[in-house]
Design a protein. Structure first.
Length: 256
């Protein structure tokens, strides 16, 4: 996420809130400090099997809301964006750029694979797409109804696309040894810390996101183990560490 863009957007949001506070006395949602959920980060737990379609060289789905931001791109200078509409449009452009790179890498890999490997990679990409959409919907929900919501959403989509690009472009380095037990423990600790900050409704949403992530992780590591000769536990540990970092960012944003 672009820090300057986010700071500007939050400033705009605060000015708007000041104008509303004089007349708005509605009670805010209260997070349940004791909210907890199941330990769903373990490597042996997976969500429902995603049907593996016939492998095809096509783009993964783009969120329907991707068309909701409209400005004159030819006159937009994202280095000097000031209004919320401009910030939202710039975030959307960043997402388009990041996702185009991800999709290009995905297609480059696909044409080099056997039919069996193509099917495995396609299944992983579809699972990732579902996880991405659920995760970014949840990120946006924290600002639902606010003008900053599109910025949060497209920043999330862009970050997810870049993370996926890295995962497609690399695997566990030769000689690298990651401990799946410690990686999994750290992941679950952060997951429980996040749940403790959420309302029951948000806890349910995050649980759905986490189950979707597990389904994606398992599909991706199946692909790496079967078609990249990567030890499965090393892939699981590496992807889990990435998810732990994402949860830490969510905890920080919820703690502000």
């Amino acid at each position: 996420m672009n820090p300057l863009r986010l700071t500007t957007a939050i400033s705009l949001m605060i000015f708007g809130l000041i104008g509303c506070m004089a007349s708005d006395t509605a009670a805010s949602d209260t997070a349940s400090p004791n909210a907890s959920g199941p330990n769903i980060s373990g490597p042996n737990i997976s969500g429902p099997e995603t049907p593996i379609p016939e492998a095809s060289i096509s783009e993964t789905s783009v969120p329907d809301t991707a068309q909701n931001v409209e400005t004159d791109e030819s006159s937009l200078d994202c280095n000097n964006a000031v209004t919320q509409l401009e910030l939202n449009e710039c975030a959307y452009q960043d997402y388009e750029t990041a996702d185009a790179k991800r999709n290009q890498r995905y297609l480059e890999m696909l044409v080099q694979l056997s039919p069996t490997a193509q099917a495995a990679l396609t299944a992983a990409e579809l699972a990732w797409t579902e996880f991405r959409d659920l995760d970014c919907d949840f990120a946006r929900s924290q600002y639902e109804g606010g003008s900053i919501a599109p910025l949060i959403y497209y920043d999330c989509l862009a970050a997810k696309s870049l993370t996926r690009l890295t995962e497609l472009s690399s695997s566990t380095s030769a000689g690298e040894s990651l401990d799946i037990a410690s990686s999994d423990a750290a992941l679950n600790q952060r997951y429980q810390e996040l749940l403790a900050l959420l309302t029951p409704e948000a806890t349910e949403a995050v649980t759905t996101v986490q189950l979707s992530w597990i389904d994606y992780r398992d599909h991706h590591c199946d692909f790496e183990a079967d078609h990249r000769n990567t030890p499965r536990d090393q892939c699981l540990a590496r992807i889990s560490q990435t998810r732990t970092g994402a949860l830490e960012t969510m905890i920080e944003s919820r703690s502000l």
